[in-house]
Design a protein around this ligand. Structure first.
Ligand code: CTP
Ligand code: MG
Length: 380
């Protein structure tokens, strides 16, 4: 076994996709708003345990790599095996211990499979996802069934197939002939390959109809996120407070580093929370003087932009402001409008309401204002 410490993935994308038809090879055709290749790469880019991504491209399509910064592009060969070999050779002297080899044509690969294969490589020199067959198996000839096969020990092979790097490199160098996949190459070299659970969704786009099947699977997947936020600012001198971006006359102001818009802060944190992106303090440190007196719309705009960049739309937001005074109701409509402008969604998706705390606690004693917010985000 080699002693490299990094885990790499080689994504082979040098094929012509002749069975799928279309004007472009299947990996450059669109699936749910992005190319098949972009979707496949995004899954591995999001995989925490993958350190390096190698993309094997057709020699005439090397410029496709421009769309994938941080990915190392390598020209492939005439067969799948030759393309894998090119990827393996390119990883020499890169401190790679484990390597996953994946067909670009499987854009629905899951984080679970990637993680299971890597786990199994802790124990075995080779590991790959396998699926048991639900259907009976026949032999046929001239349109007639001529026999039945026992399916008990038959499995459908998927990718990514993972290996100890030095072992699979040596196996590919030694292999003669044409292999269906890398498990075949490894086994011919005497490597034991463990099976981990495959996933029926991890289909290989092969024929034109597979695009529809893949699109259905993507469409049926809903990623909904909920985040919450809470904030408090104390009263200080002043003649107005800013709440949800709206100027509200009052006999005190709110103290804080920025404009102290406690309600907008709660909502901003709710969006960061749904994204798993920390809170305002992480993105706009209070130690940084440039945010002194800042319009809090800057923070909310940033959170909404971050959501969009990650492919999420803010579905709705709900804010509760907790104070005895000032009265919020007369300003609620303007507040909803202002927040909806900043986030870029309809005001009907934004709710602003208020409650007193029955003169109990710090809000009841009118020492400050508290606000809480929830937001739901949906993956588009
Ligand atoms: N592949 C490759 N280099 C080749 C041939 C295939 O990198 N010379 C890759 C394909 O891009 C694909 C994977 O190997 O990701 C599996 O191959 P397959 O599904 O057969 O894709 P194609 O060869 O592109 O399709 P077809 O056989 O229909 O032409
Ligand atoms: Mg092929």
């Amino acid at each position: 076994m080699g002693n490299g410490t990094k885990t790499a993935v080689i994504i082979v994308a040098a094929g012509r996709g002749s069975r799928a038809g279309g004007d472009l090879p299947k990996q450059w055709q669109m699936l749910g708003g992005q190319t098949v290749a972009a979707r496949t790469l995004s899954v591995f880019a999001a995989a925490q345990r993958i350190d390096r991504i190698i993309l094997v491209l057709h020699p005439q399509e090397m410029d496709r790599a421009d769309a994938f910064p941080g990915v190392m592009a390598v020209p492939g060969g005439d067969t799948r095996s030759a393309s894998v070999r090119a990827g393996l050779e390119a990883l020499r002297d890169q401190d790679v211990g484990k390597v996953l080899i994946h067909d670009v044509a499987r854009p629905l690969v899951t984080q679970q499979i990637i993680s299971d294969v890597i786990d199994a490589l802790g124990v075995h020199r080779g590991a790959a996802p396998a699926l048991a067959l639900p259907d009976a198996l026949w032999r046929g000839a001239q349109g007639m069934v001529v026999g039945s096969e026992d399916r008990t020990n038959i499995f459908r092979a998927q990718t990514p197939q993972g290996f100890d790097y030095e072992t699979i490199l040596a196996a590919h160098r030694a292999f003669k002939g044409v292999a269906a996949d890398d498990v075949e190459v490894a086994r011919a070299f005497g490597v034991n390959v463990a099976m981990v659970p495959g996933d029926a969704r991890n289909l290989k786009v092969t024929w034109a109809a597979d695009f529809d099947r893949a699109a259905e699977i993507i469409g049926g997947e809903m990623d909904i996120r909920v985040g919450n936020g809470f904030d408090v600012h104390r009263f200080g001198d002043g003649e107005y407070v800013i709440l949800c971006g709206v100027h509200v006359p009052h006999d005190h102001g709110l103290a804080g580093h920025s404009d102290a818009d406690v309600a907008m802060h709660a909502l901003t944190d709710a969006i960061y929370g749904a994204l798993g992106e920390g809170d305002i303090g992480r993105h706009f440190p209070p130690s940084d003087d440039q945010w002194k007196g800042a319009d809090s719309a800057i923070f909310l705009e940033h959170a909404a932009k971050l959501a969009r960049e990650k492919g999420y739309a803010v579905n709705n937001a709900d804010i509760t402001i907790i104070c005895e005074r000032p009265k919020i109701a007369p300003f609620a409509a303007a507040m909803r409008r202002r927040l909806s402008e900043i986030i870029g969604i309809s005001a009907s998706r934004v709710s602003v309401k208020a409650t007193t705390s029955e003169r109990l606690g710090f809000t009841g004693r009118q020492e400050g204002i508290a606000a809480m917010a929830s937001a739901t985000l949906m993956l588009r």
